[in-house]
Design a protein. Structure first.
Ligand code: MN
Ligand code: MN
Length: 458
């Protein structure tokens, strides 16, 4: 059971570092699920992918070698590279999620308190609330006017942009706060974002709020009422950076799970026409239970498979079922990377280490594997064989010591079709913190591993 660090495989680190330059750009530019979908489509179109709706609208047909994508509500995306085998024999699916923990703006958010103007929020996903205060924050999202106009908002990313922020109490007056437990130190309703403080000369009351409203009107054509329809997300401001004197790690926002989303996407885009139809499925809402029209529980993916089979002249209800039943999937999601500051939460023989390649969790869940997908040994053996043939570094692990906590991914949802699924992803430190950390070599090994999966696993 000897483990080898992946770095030592490389005589020349250039491919590893070059790949990560593009990855850093992707996660710096794409901080919401919508931004990820837009960028993924852009990358796919340069590689010859076509919109499935356009194929359907033109009564087009699909055959081996064709590349198509289907997006839904701008927040989930399925990309297909049609293989040479009959599609009924199954797909090879790389499934990752593109939503990340963050802080959402409420529908009636704007208020003034003693001349300061704030936005009220509701956090999204599992966060340690105390990590999100006293940081430069950015505002990303969309506002949709009643006439249907979509206004894209990004504030806080350019050097010349202002940033937003959430305050915390000064240490001098924190006697009461410091005696609270970590879950209560910063309460959910205290995650209010400061956005202004200049009083308007044109208002009788709530003058500072009016100043901000005038600004929103002038700069974005947004009225206060428009917040009701808005989907605005507060995320850490700034770009992903190299971490470490040797630049071996990347500190960035949203590695969970954009590190798997990006590597899965690139693995698909860089693959030759495969035997089995290859799919990259990027889902939304994983951090809140994979629910809704854009989460993994949605029928969106299944419907897109049916549409594609129809364009291939292969559609029947039974054939779609067979296709999904015969599929193989990597549920590509991050694993908890060993942290030398907190070794006690792990059992070291079965822990993911940064720098040791793609992490496989045979099962996830918590307590007695509750809520887990548990991958089949026959399938694991086939996947590991494919990785070893391609000389990809991988490790097996679980999420922490038994009974220490736990977590899940989208694996169990796809498994309902009867397909083979295993959790495979990149080790992350500081998971769900504003700035998470991954190893560059793991990012590259994930890309290579996903490519090997597309090419060889059946
Ligand atoms: Mn995740
Ligand atoms: Mn997560």
């Amino acid at each position: 059971m000897e483990k080898k660090i992946a770095w030592s495989k490389y005589e020349d680190l250039k491919p590893v570092f070059d790949f990560n330059e593009n990855y850093k750009k992707f996660i710096s530019d794409c901080k919401t699920e919508r931004e990820c979908v837009i960028e993924a489509i852009k990358l796919a179109e340069t590689k010859g992918y076509k919109n499935l709706n356009d194929v359907i609208a033109s009564n087009g047909t699909l055959q081996a070698g064709d590349k198509v994508y289907a997006a839904h509500m701008g927040k989930t995306l399925a990309l297909y590279h049609i293989g040479s085998d009959p599609i009924e024999k199954g797909l090879n699916i790389l499934g990752a999620h593109i939503d990340s923990p963050r802080i959402d703006i409420k529908q009636n958010p704007l208020y003034e308190d003693h001349d300061l103007v704030l936005l009220d929020t509701h956090y999204y996903g599992g966060i340690k609330k105390y990590q999100w205060v006293t940081l430069p924050l950015a505002l990303h999202g969309v506002v949709v006017k009643k006439d249907g106009t979509v206004i894209n908002v990004v504030v806080g990313e350019e050097d010349t942009d202002p940033v937003l922020g959430i305050s915390d109490l000064l240490i001098h007056l924190s006697a009461d706060q410091m005696s609270k437990n970590a879950a209560k130190v910063i309460e959910g309703e205290d995650l209010n974002v400061t956005v202004g403080s200049i009083p308007s000369k044109n208002a009788e009351k709530e003058k500072s709020k009016q100043y901000i409203l005038d600004l929103l009107k002038e700069k974005y054509n947004i009225e206060e009422e428009d917040f009701r329809t808005a989907e605005l997300e507060i995320v850490p401001a700034g770009k992903a950076r190299d971490l470490g004197l040797d630049r071996s790690l990347v500190m960035g926002y949203g590695h969970d799970d954009r590190v798997c989303a990006y590597t899965s996407l690139l693995a698909l885009l860089d693959s030759e026409t495969p035997e089995r139809t290859a799919v990259c499925l990027l889902t939304d809402k994983e951090e809140v239970g994979s629910i809704g029209a854009t989460g993994a529980h949605s029928k969106f993916f299944e419907n897109s498979v049916a549409e594609i089979m129809n364009c291939m002249g292969e559609y029947s209800e039974l054939k779609v079922r067979r296709c999904l039943f015969n599929s193989c999937m990597l549920s590509s999601d991050v694993s908890a990377g060993f942290d030398p500051n907190y070794p006690g939460v792990n059992e070291l023989k079965n822990t993911a280490f940064l720098g040791y390649g793609l992490c496989f969790n045979k099962f996830t869940g918590s307590r007695g594997k509750g809520g887990s997908n548990d991958a089949n040994p026959e399938y694991l053996a086939r996947v590991f064989k494919a990785l070893e043939d391609a000389e990809v570094s991988y490790q097996t692990n679980e999420l922490g010591r038994v009974d220490q906590g736990g977590g899940g991914t989208i694996a169990y949802i796809s498994a309902q079709y009867g397909m083979e699924v295993v959790d495979a992803g990149v080790a992350v430190q500081n998971m769900h913190a504003p700035w998470e950390v991954v190893s560059k070599v793991d990012v590259y090994e994930a890309y290579l591993g996903y490519k090997a999966f597309i090419k060889s696993v059946k």
